[in-house]
Design a binder for this molecule. Structure first.
Ligand code: 13P
Ligand code: SF4
Length: 346
């Protein structure tokens, strides 16, 4: 594809949302990225939260955490460029130890991944011996290595049910855990808040899930009031929430699902108007793909970590081979078990 063909492709998708001068500049970057991608035998995986000009130009695959993990597992390219955050690129490396995995920005973190350490998990395992550990994929490799199985927002309830255990430790997202507990009919406790200081397991035995109090700094900002305001103004609006939102927000919504489930929902539903309770670039990406549908714009919450990744960074990543993601082999091997078990559950 030539530079002008790239510009035409991006204009067709984004002409009504991105100013023309910016589009021309970004099409130039995208064209150079495509050339280097071929030269380096690379694949570009991009999360649904990438900015529209990136999302709609250079990726070979876009998706949620689960789909991108699956694509990473299937890749036969020499280089995987991960346009997402560090824990996602680490997952790709866990699955592809012999390939070069690049994260275009060094500081692309995640408030959930930073909320828990491997030592925290080891302490919980001592406190609740023999109880299987499920960790959300939004964690770093050393935390995954302490886990029996990982999950994403797309398969969390299925993973918990698959264990057929009386009790499950579910880490580190408090709201996802509460939403999964509700969906699976389990009672949940949060020992990190109360009894961890005392050592042993809590005396009250009426619980089936043990959670942690991490949260996503984006999703914990949506409120029931936001939903009510949108419904007051637009009575026909369909409200879609990410399961990292507070349980009361999920309850007030019409649908909850992973980012990819939301993309599919809007595509397949006949409704005209949607409120997406998730990171706001995704609303722009869905709006560009569904020009006949309206996204209600109350959202101005951008994930600061996803926002680190730009087309310029992606170009430099391929040009300068940066930033190479490494996972120590002993940790990788243990984390791989948990990630592979997750991938096998749909
Ligand atoms: P998804 O797996 O639903 O894409 O979620 C990833 C994420 O980081 C949401 O904030
Ligand atoms: Fe992490 Fe939240 Fe950003 Fe997703 S949106 S990467 S969970 S901080």
């Amino acid at each position: 594809m030539s530079a002008s063909e790239m510009y035409e492709k991006m204009k067709a998708r984004l002409g009504h949302v991105v100013p023309d001068a910016e589009l021309r500049y970004k099409a130039g970057l995208a064209d150079e990225i495509m050339r280097l991608k071929q030269e380096r035998n690379a694949v570009i995986l991009a999360h649904n939260y990438m900015e529209p000009a990136l999302y709609h130009s250079v990726p070979d695959f876009t998706g949620d955490s689960l789909e991108l993990s699956r694509k990473a597992a299937q890749s036969d390219k020499d280089v995987i460029v991960f346009c997402g955050v560090r824990f996602m690129a680490e997952t790709a490396k866990i699955l592809n130890p012999r390939r070069t995995v690049l994260l275009p920005a060094q500081r692309a973190g995640c408030s959930l991944a930073e909320s828990i350490t491997a030592e925290d998990v080891r302490k919980l395992k001592q406190q609740f011996p023999g109880v299987p550990v499920v960790t959300y994929v939004n964690t770093y490799a050393d935390v995954k290595a302490e886990s029996d199985i990982c999950c994403t927002s797309g398969n969390a309830a299925a993973v918990v049910n698959s264990l057929k255990a009386d009790r499950v430790i579910f880490l580190p997202d408090e709201f996802l855990a509460r939403n999964v507990a509700k969906e699976t009919g389990k009672r949940i406790i949060f020992p990190a808040r109360k009894s961890r200081r005392k050592g042993g397991a809590p005396e009250n035995l009426d619980y089936q899930m043990i959670g942690w109090t991490g949260s996503c700094e984006v999703h914990d900002r949506f409120t029931v009031e936001d939903v009510k305001n949108a419904r007051r103004q637009f009575p026909d609006v369909v409200v879609l929430a990410h399961p990292e939102c507070r349980p009361e927000v999920v309850r007030a919504s019409d649908f909850a699902g992973s980012t990819m489930a939301m993309v599919r929902y809007v595509k397949e539903s006949a409704a005209q108007r949607y409120l997406l309770l998730t990171e706001c670039s995704m609303g722009d990406n869905i709006a560009a793909e569904n020009p006949d549908k309206e996204m209600v714009r109350i959202c101005s919450i951008r994930c600061p970590h996803m926002n680190e990744i730009t087309l310029e960074d992606t170009l430099n990543s391929l040009k300068l081979n940066r930033y190479v993601v490494e996972v120590p082999e002993d940790i990788r091997v243990r984390a791989l078990r948990a990630v592979e078990r997750m991938i096998s559950i749909g």
